[in-house]
Write a protein that binds this ligand. Sequence first.
Ligand SMILES: C[S@@+](CC[C@H](N)C(=O)[O-])C[C@H]1O[C@@H](n2cnc3c(N)ncnc32)[C@H](O)[C@@H]1O
Length: 304
Amino acid sequence: MHESVLLTESINYLNLNNKSVIVDCTLGYAGHSSQILKQIPKGYLYAFDQDKEAIKEANKKLKQINTNYEIINTNFVNLKNEINKRTNEVDGILFDLGVSSPQLDEEERGFSFHKDAKLDMRMDQTQNLTAFEVVNKYDLNKLIHIFKTYGEEKYAINIAKAIVKNRQIKPIETTLELSEIIKNSVPEKYRRNHHPARKVFQAIRIEVNDELNVFEKALKDSLTLIKKGGRVCVITFHSLEDRICKQIFKEVSSVPKELQNLPVIPEEYKPKYKIIANIKPTKEEIEKNHRSRSARLRVIERSK
Ligand SMILES: C[S@@+](CC[C@H](N)C(=O)[O-])C[C@H]1O[C@@H](n2cnc3c(N)ncnc32)[C@H](O)[C@@H]1O
């Protein structure tokens, strides 16, 4: 089961009315989408996901509510193109990033370092690049770069060197093999505080799915798709995604630097967007759902 994060808060911030047209970029198991669909009986929901399993389950849930929805089975990098084909009346867009609990739980997807599986980590099971390619084919410098930038891993160099050394003997095939190599390449003390494979697995997953570039493009596009008064709500789960969101929101909601000292800002330079919220889950939610501990919700509104 996937327990939705910041569910009530994100739905409230979407400011739904019964005719709203909403885009859920990350349908998953329809936790958010079900709530949205219930509250827009005369509106419409477009929901993206690139995971066929998630779509199958989500569809079962949504069709029990009503039929005012369409599931678009593609990467949300195609958001603008796909939505422009269908409507120009979007009131709200939601991103709830990352992987769902069932994706983590399905051993064969290879997302989890707790479960033994082939190195895969593709959200879209039809794409070519897998975690196996990254771990076994990328050169040392590329691995170090990924572990440092996408994992913010302090021992990136040690870990990358250990991977390269081990794969010369035989290819690294499984999540547990990789996890073991990582564990043995960091100091004992570091291992005690947290699982040393967590950050490296996150880094490989981001690389395999090109998550940061895809998100940045889709988020910028989402801002152009909402109409006046419309909102974009973003739930992120790590600092890299959050930083992208924070920077883009800041850019579009501020007066250009060179004009900030003017006594009166000309209308055309006034920002088109205003920041509405930046919140974290409550203590109660974190206690109930450990996965929510690193989540953050940012909301922006188009004002003209
Ligand atoms: C955290 S889950 C969403 C959970 C959902 N909000 C719920 O409450 O049930 C994220 C979902 O987004 C999908 N996803 C992640 N990145 C995507 C992308 N670039 N394009 C399409 N779907 C994506 C994943 O496959 C996953 O099903």
